[in-house]
Design a protein around this ligand. Structure first.
Ligand code: PMP
Length: 419
């Protein structure tokens, strides 16, 4: 088969050890393949629209600016933001988290020097949040509570509320664990936090849910929502967004998000202060317009049946892996409250070695290790080594799932391996 004959979006990578094409089951890291429209939109942008968005009034600058504003509107609509200017475009979810965490903590420090701001994070958090908050704690600038999850990766709303105080400025919870796939009751947590600490901002890391689940920031009661464009939304890497609520950034009055990133916005260039209007106030520098052109195309090309198929594959994997001698499946028992992610271990085999063998011998891409979520692994009992994460995507077929299961079965029956 030549490249031009290959199924669109499908990369045929052959090795003597593989009976077919590459099997990509690492969609929780980044989705692949991207719809073919993504590459086409990026090529079109580069050929016809690649001015600097919002900088200058000529046609290419306007064309690029239109793409950026369209992406903002699409992302805002995706999460039911009350208006698109509250969607700050970022280079990914980590970038969005950094904007929010540094922004809230710097604003809190500037507002009050006597009392250290208090921050609450959950035990399922990704390092995007953990490391960003930790650097303030390490420097003695904040006090902090970490709310553990249970053995299945569930964070209880009551436990989060229990540690909230009148000086809590920020509560951060991942909507779903990137390692175990456990979806949290974000609305329940938001409600409990509001009742105990009405001034605290509730931030949700939605890297693993936007594009998979309907996320409605207004219905849930979210103040800050961090989004990745390159996972469930199927866009290119280097795209993402941060939703900022009225509570976090009031239309009038003091903002509770101080933007450390400063620079040109293309508007009101005279004066050394940043503009105070959203989105410019939080969005300095040239945005990844090229990537956002791809993200818009990805969102247009989404297959409405994809999530259901992914969950069917997830159910099949859960069922089969649970029945395999030597294999332990971690997390919730079934597909309820789960993203299309399964976390498992093979007795006596290091998770990274399992990932390496699946790749080298079977052409199957999964991720072994701690998935940048070190606390979760301590809490669910998979420790410093972590486990193997498998995450089907929109293009995954039943045949690929069977080949994956067969490969794990043969590995589980083979002698122990270390990385
Ligand atoms: N948070 C979670 C829960 C994630 O899964 C990821 C990606 N692994 C991130 C944050 C970081 O996202 P990005 O790669 O877009 O910076």
């Amino acid at each position: 088969m030549t490249d031009s004959e290959a199924e669109p979006g499908r990369c045929e990578v052959y090795s003597p050890l593989m009976s077919g094409g590459l099997i990509y089951l690492d969609n929780a890291a980044t989705s692949w393949p991207k719809p073919p429209q993504v590459g086409a939109a990026i090529a079109d942008f580069l050929a016809h629209k690649a001015g600097n968005p919002g900088r200058g009034g000529h046609r290419l600058a306007r064309a690029a600016g239109d793409v950026v504003e369209q992406a903002r509107e699409r992302l805002a609509a995706e999460i039911n933001a009350p208006c698109s200017k509250r969607m700050i475009l970022t280079h990914g979810c980590t970038d969005a988290v950094n904007l929010a965490v540094h922004g809230v903590l710097r604003a809190a420090q500037r507002a009050c020097c006597e009392r250290k701001p208090h921050v609450v994070v959950s035990g399922i958090e990704h390092n995007a949040i953990l490391r960003t908050v930790h650097c303030y704690q390490n420097d003695g600038h904040i006090t902090m509570d970490i709310v553990p999850c249970d053995a299945q990766g569930v964070v209880s709303a009551e436990a989060v509320a229990a540690v909230c105080r009148d000086d809590t400025v920020l509560v951060c919870v991942a909507h779903a664990s990137n390692a175990a796939g456990t979806i949290q009751d974000a609305a329940g947590i938001a409600k409990a936090v509001r009742a105990k600490a009405p001034d605290a901002l509730f931030m949700v890391d939605a890297a693993q849910t936007v594009g998979h689940l309907k996320v409605d920031v207004q219905a849930i009661g979210i103040d800050l929502l961090a989004i990745a464009g390159h996972k469930g939304l199927l866009g290119p890497t280097g795209t993402g967004g941060l939703y900022v609520s009225e509570k976090a950034y009031p239309e009038t009055g003091d903002s509770r998000v101080f933007c450390q990133r400063r620079g040109g916005t293309g508007m009101k260039s005279v004066g050394l202060d940043m503009p105070t209007e959203l989105p410019d106030a939080l969005e300095a520098g040239t945005s990844n317009a090229c990537g956002f052109a791809g993200l818009i195309a990805a969102m247009d090309a989404r297959d409405p049946g994809a999530h259901e198929r992914e969950m069917e594959h997830t159910a099949r994997m859960l069922y089969e892996l649970r029945g395999m001698p030597g294999v332990t499946v971690h997390g919730l028992p079934g597909v309820e409250n789960r993203t299309p992610v399964v976390l498992f271990s093979i007795e006596g085999q290091h998770p990274r070695a399992v990932g390496d063998v699946l790749d080298a011998d079977h052409g199957i891409c999964v991720r072994g290790g701690t998935h940048c979520a070190p606390l979760l692994h301590q809490l669910i009992g998979t420790g410093d080594d972590g486990a193997v994460r498998v995450s089907p995507g929109w293009k995954t077929t039943g045949g690929e799932v069977e080949r994956f299961l067969e490969a794990v079965r043969s590995l589980a029956a083979s002698p122990a391996r270390s990385p």
